[in-house]
Design a protein around this ligand. Sequence first.
Ligand code: FAD
Ligand code: UDP
Length: 388
Amino acid sequence: MSAISSIDFLIVGAGFSGLVTAERLSNAGFCCVVIDQRDHLGGNAYDCYDEAGVLIHPYGPHYFRTNSQRIIDYLSRFTEWHPVEYEIKSFTRDQYWSFPINLNTFEEWLGRSSTEEEWSAWLEETKVAIDHPQNSEEVIVSQVGWELYRTFFEPYTLKQWKLHPRELQASVCGRIPIRLNRDNRYVTDTFQALPANGYTAMFQSMVDQSPGIEVKLSTSFAEAQKQYSYKHLIFTGPIDTYFDHCFGALPYRSLRFERESYQASELTAREEISGKKGHWQPAMQVNYPDLDVPYTRTVEIKHATGQKIAATTVIREFPDDWSPSKEPFYPIPTNESSELYARYRALADQEQHVSFIGRLGTYRYYNMDQVTGMALTEAEKLIKRYSR
Ligand code: FAD
Ligand code: UDP
């Protein structure tokens, strides 16, 4: 039997949360081991080159954006940036629509040109008066009324979550802005850019700049517990698994991906649709709200990465029921799941030497910049506590 090694921090998960804490702690002089059951760095933000040579996001598209200078400054130590204004489309009723809904969408809806004044007056008349939207249906109908909601949101959400928007917290659909102007951007954060050489290269640079980190991939928490004794554990996996599902399993939604690559010769015929040489579809992401289409979106990430390559790859994203053999991609934000999470949280708060962070550790639908901020804050706290 091999001897148990003594370390300062065991960090479960090599995604944003785990690697950012590991980098900070190791550069403060602590000995850190980061483990991940997957065989690569980056968690769900991992990217890689496929057989066609295209840089892809195999776990779904990851569009980095933030309003926080602290996060930009921190991550910029490990990467240059490729600025992108993220634009997507929705496809229904046999046509592509500007999305998120804005004045351009309204014109497409009317089939003629319009003005902000007309659009604003139309919305005033059409939206449903709800002062404090309590769920994802109310948050959308209170802004755009029933028809646009039923076209773009209700079926998509049913497909994505297998739950009605009424059953989901307002924050789920509330993430999507509704605009009076012609701004077609998916999000309006002040900083929108991808790591110039990809996320995985950025994570590798984080590891390379951290002398005290040992990374062990294809390693489960259970295996690591047999190999290491540690002063403190940072757990970025699902919080309910840490407590052996003692209150029952938290619900997750999973995804299945289908990938297809196209060579330059196959793309010529698509130029009329994509509007861009060497591309397959008219935007980096096209959403398919209709229920008779089994996938929710198709992603051609080359639009965003700007990779100079003749081929392209399109990934179709199919929502999937979660089971223990599948990835828990999304916590499901309902009132019941929040209550169940609160019970796990109460247990977590009693653990003196364990931190639960990240999307799965806190069971929150967080973006990359938010988990980076959370990891930086947790690392600062731990550095103070263990430096004494
Ligand atoms: P993760 O990336 O999930 O990493 C956790 C790691 O822990 C995993 O690699 C897992 O294998 C490992 N692990 C878990 N349990 C164990 C165990 N017992 N033993 C060993 N290892 C374990 N955010 C954005 O900002 N912009 C976007 O456009 C965006 N798009 C997204 C699209 C999809 C489809 C999804 C699912 C998420 C998206 N996100 C996006 C959110 C983003 O993925 C997360 O904010 C971020 O990756 C969370 O990082 P994390 O380290 O907390 O978790
Ligand atoms: N949504 C929708 N129609 C769309 C896009 C989004 O109804 O065309 C809803 C859906 O419930 C989705 C949520 O808004 O889960 C948040 O969308 P986002 O694009 O942020 O999803 P993510 O990238 O997190 O999967």
